[in-house]
Design a protein around this ligand. Structure first.
Ligand SMILES: Cc1ncc(COP(=O)(O)O)c(C=O)c1O
Length: 441
């Protein structure tokens, strides 16, 4: 059916649909699975590392409980998986109690449910700039205003966050929560230092906001010392109150099971429970039982370590290739863990417009614009580069190809400036995003 036919129901769609847009990475997926493309675009963990035998063993282990695995379950999740979640959070240094844990269909559902229970149309959310595009998508359905506070190599800048909150308050906006990905942030790869975590907590108290701490990558640390979660810091001060912590099995086990969790105080969890009943009744028992079987019977820490050392090798390959091939005008972050590097091109380059040229040369990335919910054009000269899914040699080749595309664009611009070239295609001026991150160019 031609796409245009879909529009004939425009008059029936809810207003919220206007604010909703598809994530660039989701849209790119079909193109990126084309053979030959070196995709530095997706946010895929390397599930090939898990292996057929381990998968078979889990399936065998839960087969005797087939009736339960195939049944509906409690909305908040099965007891066994909550025990596993308590163990995982403990392993990362955040004490947790079973009753404060609520199972979700991925952390992504956690984001949707949080927005569902906190946001009325016109409320505001304070996010890092840039921020996780999937969170912006989840929030968008509830039609909030998005404010960004910039980051540097130490994470969100507290003075800027405070200024934004003050301005919002003055302008009559109700900021309901602050959303942060404190470890190896998606997309920027930066980690918030401990001092700023404390400052953020203090700020949340002062402005009486909730903090949504989204931590899918914390356990994927390659170097440096682990830092306390905001949830742990709050508990140190004797509270489980305003930090709503999101965790997931996607990056320490596999995203295909679609299982995550929310850790929060009972009042908030109750609202989330009601929200989830309307969304999907409960998360899959089958997934919960697979995960609890694996985490109880296998050495899951060893598996996470295996993933981490594989990703470290790939991160190193990416950083080395960037240093070797990129023009000196390009900058990038140095992630101590996680899956992503964030690159900043000269401000006159447009990473969105450049993408088809990169794909034609068999390399892909995610343009930076989609990681900002506010002013159009912000993030135009940025790109997110993923290193977790592609082998080191291909990462190297991918960066080499990408640097050729960037160089060509830069040369074209120089030629145009010198007036020695006829105009061959538009170069859109990109706006610098004031993202002053750790760069090794
Ligand atoms: C910061 C962040 N939050 C949440 C998610 C969603 O994770 P899940 O697979 O648990 O839904 C992702 C996925 O990449 C992410 O990067």
């Amino acid at each position: 059916m031609p796409l245009v036919d879909l529009d004939r129901f425009d008059f029936l769609y809810a207003n919220r649909v206007k604010g909703m847009k598809s994530a660039a990475t989701r849209d790119l997926m079909a193109t990126l699975s084309r053979p030959g493309i070196i995709s530095l675009a997706g946010g895929f963990p390397d599930t090939r590392a898990f292996g057929e035998e381990a998968f078979r063993e889990i399936s065998r282990n839960i087969a005797s409980d087939a009736a339960q695995a195939l049944q509906y379950g409690p909305t908040a999740g099965l007891e066994a998986i909550k025990d596993v979640i308590v163990e995982v959070m403990g392993a990362e240094g955040t004490p947790a109690r079973q009753e404060d844990v609520f199972v979700t269909t991925g952390a992504q559902q956690g984001l949707d449910l949080i927005a569902k229970v906190f946001l009325d149309e016109g409320d505001a959310v304070l996010c890092e700039g840039p921020t996780y595009a999937g969170a912006l998508n989840a929030f968008a359905a509830y039609r909030p205003r998005i404010a960004h506070a910039p980051m540097d190599r130490a994470g969100i800048i507290p003075v800027a966050a405070r200024e934004t909150l003050k301005k919002a308050r003055k302008g009559g906006l109700h900021v309901k929560f602050l959303y942060t990905v404190p470890n190896f942030q998606n997309p920027a790869g930066v980690t918030m230092v401990a001092e700023r975590r404390r400052e953020l907590l203090e700020m949340a108290r002062e402005f009486d906001l909730v903090i949504v701490e989204d931590n899918p990558y914390g356990m994927l640390r390659f170097e440096g010392e682990p830092l306390p979660s905001l949830a742990a810091l709050e508990q140190e001060e004797g509270d489980v109150d305003r930090v709503v912590y999101l965790g997931t099995f996607s990056k320490i086990f596999a995203p295909g099971v679609r299982l995550g969790w929310v850790h929060a105080q009972p009042g908030i969890l109750h609202k989330i429970n009601v929200g989830k009943q309307g969304a999907d009744l409960c998360s899959s028992n089958l997934s919960q039982m697979m995960i609890s079987s694996y985490f109880q019977n296998a050495d899951w820490r060893a598996y996470v370590m295996r993933l981490t050392s594989m990703y470290k090798e790939r991160r190193d390959a990416m950083l080395d290739a960037l240093a070797e091939f990129m023009p000196k005008e390009v900058y990038w972050t140095h992630p101590e863990g996680g899956l992503f590097v964030w690159a900043t091109l000269p401000s006159y380059l447009d990473a969105t417009a450049m993408l088809p040229r990169a794909i034609a040369r068999n390399v892909a990335y995610v343009p930076g614009e989609g990681f900002y919910g506010g002013a159009p054009g912000t993030g135009k000269n940025n790109m997110r580069l993923n290193f977790s899914f592609v082998e080191p040699e291909r990462i190297r080749r991918g960066i080499e190809l990408l640097s050729e595309v960037i160089r060509e664009r830069m040369e074209l611009r120089s030629d145009l400036e010198r007036g020695s070239h006829r105009r061959e295609g538009a170069i859109h001026g990109g706006r610098s995003v004031g993202f002053n991150s750790g760069t090794e160019g």
